[in-house]
Design a protein around this ligand. Sequence first.
Ligand code: PLP
Length: 380
Amino acid sequence: MTRKSHAIADRMALLDASGIRKVFDLAAKLTDPINLSIGQPDFDVPPAVKQAAIDAIRAGKNKYTQTQGTEELRADLAEACCKEFGWRDPYRGAVFGERGYLVTSGTSGALMLALLTLVNPGDEVVFMDPYFVMYAHLVNLCGGTCVLVSTYDDFRPDIDRLASAITDRTRLLIINSPSNPTGAVYTEGELRQIADVAARRDLLVVSDEIYNLFCYDFPYVSMVSVYDNTLLMRGFSKSYAMTGWRIGWCTGPAAILEKMTMLQQYSFVCAPSMAQEAARVAMHADMSAEVAAYKKKRDMVAEALGGSMGLVTPAGAFYAFCPAPGGDATAFVSKAIASNVLIIPGNVFSSRDTHFRLSYATSDDKLARGLEVLVKLAKG
Ligand code: PLP
């Protein structure tokens, strides 16, 4: 019997992990599966970055830092923004006025602080379908309403659909390029069209760019370089394999960043001190070999699933979102798991269950074996 003192707050009923839990329950029964479900790189943290964290610990940098992040890291981030976005003043951006910076506990931390800071109960938050699951759960937790804009079947942003999803109640637009789970990367032209739609209503755009380094076919363009009223979020988890170090960052309008910082003070307090030191080194690490290896894996996936299964070639991140044979992702995923290959059904990331997500963040050998099984299963 549940004790009254252990009763759970109503808001927790808004969270649901049943889809992904079912997959992991099935997976737990497998011994040594070909795991194509993992959302983190299979390479390791660069040695210099590890050393920087060790040095920081040895040098006694083990205490709380300033809530907003160390001066040094924030200055480095501001300088990097100037370089990438052509800003002359890191604290003013292009046109928007005062800009702030906040170092967070992962990009997840930035997302949580931003949504708690910005979304009132009843507000609508617009994002593309398929989407990164955390968006829906955080919006729900804030009492907001998720408004999904379908990007099926090619995962390009449909500007008319986007424009008609925006109402007087829209508070925010979240975009995620390169995307989890589709691997779609928006072109500069598409970003400009999104910016036009947002500008008509002076909407703030949250741009989750955690996969920015993984862009294979053309130079990456950030939303913030075409639309100044952007809360830009990036992280170190994926680019430098630092998922366990819990460090990310955010820059945007100073008034919003100030409130997010206050909330961080009363929640996470600060990002891990040694990870902040290591992040300063990570920013300058050369990851081109790792990115080239992932491009090769992307090509393997596109070749195996492109023709036979109708996969739209993803241009970034390390995911492919592929039509499930027969249009029933859950059924196909069950078959794949029965054949020892772990993938995730689309309904975990979408209002539809017609596709499955495959992560190619694994060895070439495992990937090749996994793809072979999937293609064979699809042929029936
Ligand atoms: N955003 C997207 C699109 C992601 O896929 C993830 C992790 O999978 C995150 C944010 C959170 O990353 P972290 O909190 O590790 O920085």
